[in-house]
Design a binder for this molecule. Structure first.
Ligand SMILES: O=C(O)CCC(=O)C(=O)O
Ligand SMILES: [Fe+2]
Length: 245
């Protein structure tokens, strides 16, 4: 049996093989599609560094409200590496590791961004920014997972699922994608489509929900496929070391 990538590359895929037909309909019980377009919140992190005191505290307040209400938000940032799909080749090389076992720089940067977003999340609850770092002993090591998802075009997008509904473990996941949409999150019992956005999505994970006693929700999300072109998403999940849990 050919894998999905081989099937697509064979050029003769006209229907989805039964093995890949999603057993659950796209509108399965966990959520229905929202009746009207829902606007997903955008948090402007650049204001934390270049805004005035009032703007900075507004960002923290917005972040708290968003984590409580959504467990998901988009980040406006001036950091170029966040727009990895828009970089030209020379720029991409700046983020490459120089040696085989050197971590790719974009991941190191992503660790810092993940850490600082988690700190702000916690601050928005009125706790010390270092609260998670301290109780999870994250100075002595953290867990990071890099996931690269590729969704080739599918001739029958309504019968197949790219990634079934799930929540992410970890504190939060930073997600970026090429220009194609496909990600959906559950909001108020409805599936809401996340339209392409040129920077980062942040998904609150299970550890964040547990550490905040359920105040910040770990959001259920999924990825749909499309029949037009290959969609790629890159996610980095950040959390405490697994043996620390
Ligand atoms: O492809 C996407 O947009 C979702 C990816 C995802 O949820 C994951 O890797 O955990
Ligand atoms: Fe996920």
């Amino acid at each position: 049996m050919l894998c999905v990538k081989q099937l697509v590359e064979s050029g003769c895929l006209t229907t989805v093989p039964s093995k890949y037909v999603s057993r659950r309909s796209l509108e399965y019980s966990e959520g229905r599609f929202a009746d009207q377009e829902v606007v997903i919140p955008i948090i402007d992190f650049s204001l934390l560094t270049c805004g005035n005191a009032e703007q900075r505290s507004k960002v923290i307040e917005d972040l708290g409200n968003t984590c409580r209400e959504w467990g998901f938000f988009m980040v406006r940032t001036t950091y170029k590496g966040a727009r990895v799909f828009d970089l030209i080749d020379e720029e991409k090389h700046e983020y490459a590791g120089r040696a085989l076992f050197e971590p790719i720089r974009i991941l190191q940067r992503s660790t810092r961004s993940g850490g600082s977003i988690a700190e702000r999340n916690i601050k928005s609850l009125g706790l010390e920014e270092t609260y998670i770092e301290n109780i999870m002993d994250m100075k002595s090591g953290a867990h990071q997972l890099l996931v690269i998802n590729m969704y080739p075009p599918c001739p029958q997008p309504d019968v197949a699922m790219g990634l079934p509904p799930h929540s992410d473990h970890g504190l939060l996941t930073l997600l970026t994608q090429n220009e194609l949409s496909g990600l959906q999150v559950i909001h108020n019992g409805n599936w809401v489509s996340v339209n392409p956005f040129p920077t980062l999505f942040v998904i609150t994970g299970d550890h964040m929900e547990i550490l905040t006693n359920g105040k910040y929700k770990s959001v259920v999300h999924r990825a749909l496929v499309n029949d037009k072109a290959t969609r790629i998403s890159v996610g980095t999940a950040h959390g405490p070391r697994l043996r620390r849990l």
